[in-house]
Design a protein. Structure first.
Length: 499
């Protein structure tokens, strides 16, 4: 693989100066980033995982995420939303903005049918701007066929199954790679075993699947033509086949059957451009598994990063679409007796107090890696990736407001509820909002809370780290009716003593 290492020195310095001016950074952060841009390999600057970068450079995760969000805003990097398949590490789509992402797709590599969730298989990565430094991965036609598949089309940081290395996994499944130029042909010899044998050409978005069954046969031969946007197999009948393997559904568009044994495949490329082929053999009764990854920046976590919402108001889900979030923690607050507050001190003074309380809560939410979704009258709705962060924020809100009350003209009392569950993310008035039954439950849980009290659902209480946080505080547990929900839920009441 050739690397394109030329750096536009003046533009790099300009972008770093802009980055320095729009946020406060500790001294080494920008110098480390400059060194990374100048010296890292092309692949390292392609689809950068900000969490992995943060770990390697001594930053906390939130610092790494904010660094690259701001770097993308000034044009040093480009933000990319990657749709990755749940059953293979194939990057099914790469988009510059979230509103281009659709909630359902079929993987071109393994043909799995995927439903998109913001926290499962949407990865947000950052690639160096080609104006600052051009890299070979912006020119996939220049890559070797191996790098085209294994590095350009595959997502980084996936964990191979069964404790295998990446090299062991490829060696176990791969039967070879080949480029066939326009109007050329090549012959390939394979020892096909029982199972599934595939001929893949992602440059034309094509997959031909041979299902090998029965006893080994005499040597066989198959002619495959790449023509008119599809594979044509003159001597064999092909057709679609849909099946369920493991946990997912797979719809193979072009399939045919053959017997195990020696097999010659002759491929004729009758198109006007190069075909890029990968031959794979899956063992008999192979069942795919959900792909696991090293920690990455999910779409959900980015949406819960405050600076993203402030800088990229247009990069949200299209108003006509929605995306699922399978696990998010909701925090709702409300003030005690806010209506009498306006009557007793007047609208202007009451509004000033409420705004001060919003500022206190928003600061704590941000420090605990959450985001304020919206205010509803005097109430707040916030979202968190981890339940323990929401619980810590809840405690700190009540404690900080009690400190505020020591100098305020009128004391304020806070009631908090926290619940964890699913949601549908949509764009509403140029911001992200969340809807669904679990959001409704979270609001109703808050309605149960008394002043200086946090109400938690069982799903929050059982989350990692939460029991340690509330240990030693006055607490009670009971089943409560939730208004408008039609079910009882186990609720934990945590009393927070004023500071």
């Amino acid at each position: 693989m050739n690397e394109l290492s030329l750096v536009n020195d003046s533009l790099l310095k300009q972008r770093l100066t802009e980055l320095d001016s729009i946020a406060s950074w500790t001294p080494h952060i920008l110098s480390d980033l400059e060194r990374f841009v100048r010296t890292a390999g092309d692949y390292d600057l392609f689809r950068v995982n900000p969490i992995k970068y943060a770990t390697a450079n001594g930053l906390c995760e939130s610092e790494g995420i904010e660094l690259f969000v701001y770097a993308a805003k000034v044009g040093l990097f480009e933000m990319q939303w990657l749709l990755t398949c749940a059953y293979c590490p194939q990057v099914a789509g790469s988009f510059r903005e979230l509103d281009q992402v659709h909630p359902r797709f079929q993987c071109e590599f393994c043909n799995a049918l995927n439903d998109v969730a913001l926290d499962d298989y949407i990865q947000v990565t950052f690639t160096i701007s080609n104006a600052v430094r051009d890299i070979v991965f912006r020119h996939p036609e220049m890559l070797s066929v191996e790098d085209y598949y294994l590095r350009y089309n595959f997502s980084k940081d996936f964990k191979p199954p069964h404790g295998m290395t990446h090299e062991q996994l490829v060696a176990a499944l791969s039967r070879g790679f080949a480029d066939i130029e326009a109007n050329q042909q090549s012959r390939f010899e394979f020892d096909v075993t029982a199972g599934r044998f595939e001929v893949l050409d992602l440059s034309h978005k094509l997959l031909l699947v041979f299902f090998a069954n029965g006893e080994p046969a005499e040597p066989q031969a198959t002619l495959v033509r790449l023509e008119s946007g599809r594979f044509i197999v003159p001597d064999r009948s092909t057709g679609p086949r849909e099946m369920s393997l493991g946990d997912g559904r797979f719809a193979f568009r072009q399939t045919t059957d053959l017997s195990p044994g020696k097999h010659t495949i002759q491929i004729e490329n009758r198109t006007s451009d190069r075909g890029r082929f990968w031959f794979l053999q899956y063992p008999y009764q192979f069942e795919p598994h959900l792909v696991e990854y090293e920690p990455f920046l999910s779409g959900k976590r980015l949406l819960l990063t405050p600076c993203f919402g402030e800088l990229y108001k247009t990069q949200l889900v299209d108003e006509r679409e929605s995306l699922a979030v399978s696990d998010i923690t909701y925090l709702f607050t409300d003030l005690k007796d806010s209506t009498p507050l306006y009557e007793s001190v007047g609208d202007v003074n009451a509004y000033f107090l409420v705004r001060q309380h919003f500022d206190i809560l928003n600061k704590i939410i941000r420090e605990r890696s959450g985001t304020m979704v919206k205010t509803i009258g005097d109430a707040v709705m916030a979202g968190f990736e981890r339940p323990k962060d929401a619980v810590l924020a809840s405690i700190e809100m009540i404690e900080e407001l009690s400190r505020f009350n020591q100098t305020a003209s009128r004391p304020l009392g806070l009631k908090v509820g926290v619940h964890r569950g699913r949601a549908i993310a949509v764009r509403l008035n140029d911001r992200m909002d969340y809807f669904g039954q679990d959001v409704n439950i979270a609001a109703r849980v808050q309605g149960l809370a008394r002043v200086n009290e946090i109400c938690l659902t069982e799903s929050v209480m059982e989350a990692p780290g939460v029991s340690d946080i509330v240990k030693g505080r006055p607490a009670s547990r009971d089943y409560e009716n939730l208004k408008g929900i039609g079910q009882k839920m186990e609720i934990y009441r945590i009393e927070i003593s004023p500071v």
